[in-house]
Design a protein around this ligand. Structure first.
Ligand SMILES: *[C@@H]1O[C@H](CO)[C@@H](O)[C@H](O)[C@H]1NC(C)=O
Ligand SMILES: *[C@@H]1O[C@H](CO)[C@@H](O)[C@H](O)[C@H]1NC(C)=O
Ligand SMILES: *[C@@H]1O[C@H](CO)[C@@H](O)[C@H](O)[C@H]1NC(C)=O
Ligand SMILES: *[C@@H]1O[C@H](CO)[C@@H](O)[C@H](O)[C@H]1NC(C)=O
Ligand SMILES: *[C@@H]1O[C@H](CO)[C@@H](O)[C@H](O)[C@H]1NC(C)=O
Ligand SMILES: *[C@@H]1O[C@H](CO)[C@@H](O)[C@H](O)[C@H]1NC(C)=O
Ligand SMILES: [Zn+2]
Length: 511
């Protein structure tokens, strides 16, 4: 009887929390790109120009044009939206200028000479057809108002130079969805920056229609950059250009890996396959969580051959499927591995990265018979706004906490001795020591996890807390940045890189 009561208790606690911004958003790159005029141009380098041109690489310089916003409306809501979009583009461009160096394209080659007058929804202004630009990539920024669609933004390249890569591209924001975001909240603004970063990577080369244009270090096209194989019953395209192939071999610990699988929903796509890598920045489904810019995407950018260097210090560590062997990539999903869960399981457990908890679910992005604990439709531990929505009675009984120093633990802890709850994912504050011990704070009472998977009791609570399976990994997972860089910078490997005008570990001081 008491057990039954306590279970309803917890169910209510979950459902009274806001779920507004936790839904997945699907990148619309594929659908939208097919409707575009794209042109590969061959720029003729004249003898005179050649000597004028520097061959020294410089930090990638992205420029943008937001005239579309002012042209269409001077509505205040749209102008506020415009200023957040612009800030996210400035911060994302700063990410790429830290990440990539490029040998500037020949003089004159940034002049628009394509047959089409449009790039995406934008009309190319005549000045862009008449003059060159001191830029390595010029972006036209537009928006649409489609609240019924699931995409936050889409993007594509419009003009690309043979063996030198894209010169012009466009990004279209979906105002219809984004207007419900609260961009004064630094966590939600950080997710907008991640979306823009994702979109710009499509333009820079991770695009089905550009893969054939990629070149090797001698500026020759790659031979057979992809191979198709049927895995887990689905025809899947594997990218096998040299850097990606090498990284995949090393990461999974599989020398015979055919390549890195691309998202196989509806044919080959310009995203990584979610079944083998979770939470990668270049996966198809986006959520306001902590994305990981892994060595896979860095290797892909190197394999385009368009860039002089891609900074390996900015690659973030990922553990999903790491060293799991060939069967992880080409075999069936093993519900005993922590990456997956057992099909049909009714438990509500922590996701792989302990960011939140959810039900064992399949999704259109996972191959057949592969399910994961999906935390997207539940409150995620790191989201502080949940802290203020919990009924104090429940908060007290369970000892939960939300916020940047909270993660999910397997637990059946509940205050007092005559109640019990089932084991499930619960958010608690924690800290990691240098020796990879995890000190968990259950409603103010601290207990220490010293061994992998250890089971602990907590004074004043009935039930058991299960420590993370691998404490060293738990403590090395990608972290949020201090106060999400106060919306004045991007977060890389837990460190803020501030935009011009700001400094400090949280980009909270004027520079
Ligand atoms: C702005 O609107 C005018 C008139 O409708 C059009 O000619 C022009 O191309 C538009 N500019 C942009 C940047 O969309
Ligand atoms: C938006 O976020 C800010 C900062 O977290 C908060 O102060 C404000 O109340 C939020 N606004 C709404 C409408 O939720
Ligand atoms: C490239 O693919 C074709 C057809 O799939 C195959 O015949 C050829 O041997 C491959 N070349 C290399 C170098 O792998
Ligand atoms: C990322 O940060 C961790 C410390 O939090 C550090 O040990 C690691 O070297 C960093 N990785 C890179 C690539 O800088
Ligand atoms: C939680 O416990 C379940 C079994 O009850 C297990 O399958 C799951 O991997 C555990 N999750 C974590 C995050 O430890
Ligand atoms: C549980 O125990 C407390 C005392 O420890 C008591 O006051 C309370 O009524 C009990 N609750 C139930 C549902 O039996
Ligand atoms: Zn995408």
């Amino acid at each position: 009887m008491n057990k039954f009561v306590a279970n309803i208790f917890v169910a209510c606690f979950v459902f009274t929390l806001s779920q507004a911004h936790q839904q997945k958003h699907i990148c619309a790159h594929e659908i939208m790109n097919e409707q575009l005029d794209q042109e590969i141009v061959d720029f003729i380098v004249y003898e005179n120009d050649r000597n004028l041109q520097s061959t020294d690489p410089r930090n990638l310089k992205i420029t943008y044009d937001m005239a579309y916003f002012s042209n269409l409306s001077n509505n205040l809501e749209i102008q506020t939206f415009r200023s957040y979009c612009e800030k996210s583009i400035i911060i994302a461009s700063n990410f790429f200028s830290n990440l990539i160096t490029i040998v500037p394209k020949p003089a004159g080659s940034m002049k628009w000479d394509s047959k089409s007058d449009t790039c995406g929804k934008a009309t190319v202004p005549s000045v862009d057809k008449a003059t060159d630009k001191d830029s390595d990539l010029h972006l036209y920024i537009t928006f649409s108002d489609n609240p019924q669609e699931t995409y936050l933004a889409y993007a594509g390249w419009c003009r690309s130079l043979i063996s030198r890569g894209p010169t012009h591209g466009h990004i279209n924001f979906n105002f219809g969805l984004l207007k419900s975001f609260n961009f004064t909240d630094s966590l939600q603004f950080q997710s907008l920056i991640q979306t823009v970063t994702h979109e710009i990577i499509h333009i820079l080369g991770f695009s089905r229609s550009l893969i054939t244009q990629w070149v090797d270090s001698n500026k020759n096209p790659h031979i057979n950059s992809t191979v198709q194989l049927t895995v887990r019953g689905i025809l899947t395209t594997f990218l096998k250009t040299p850097n990606v192939l090498e990284f995949a071999k090393m990461y999974y610990g599989c020398d015979t890996i055919p390549g890195m699988p691309l998202e196989n929903l509806g044919g080959s796509s310009s995203h990584w396959e979610t079944t083998v890598i979770q939470d990668e920045l270049m996966n198809a489904a986006q959520a306001s969580t902590i994305h990981i810019f892994t060595g896979f995407t860095a290797a892909l950018l190197r394999d385009t051959g368009f860039y002089a260097s891609v900074n390996s210090n900015m690659e973030e560590k990922s553990f999903y499927g790491k060293d799991a062997g060939c069967s992880f990539v080409t075999g069936s999903c093993d519900g005993n591995k922590r990456e997956f869960c057992h099909v049909g399981s009714q438990e509500k457990n922590c996701d792989y990265y302990y960011q939140g908890f959810g039900q064992c679910k399949s999704s259109i992005f996972l191959d057949e018979n592969c399910q994961i604990y999906d935390s997207f439709s539940y409150p995620q531990c790191f989201d502080d706004s949940n802290n203020f929505q919990i009924d104090p009675t429940f908060k007290n009984a369970l000892g939960v906490s939300f916020g940047p120093s909270s993660k999910c633990f397997n637990s059946s802890l509940i205050k007092s001795t005559n109640r019990s709850i089932q084991k499930q994912g619960i958010c608690y504050n924690y800290i990691c020591t240098d020796a990879y011990q995890v000190i968990v704070d259950v409603g103010g009472t601290k207990v220490t996890c010293s061994n992998n998977g250890e089971q602990l009791q907590v004074v004043g609570y009935s039930g058991i807390l299960t420590c993370p399976e691998k404490l060293d990994q738990f403590c090395s997972f990608n972290k949020l940045c201090p106060n999400n860089c106060n919306s004045n910078g991007f977060c890389n490997n837990g460190t803020c890189i501030c935009m011009n005008g700001f400094k400090g570990t949280a980009c909270d001081q004027a520079a």
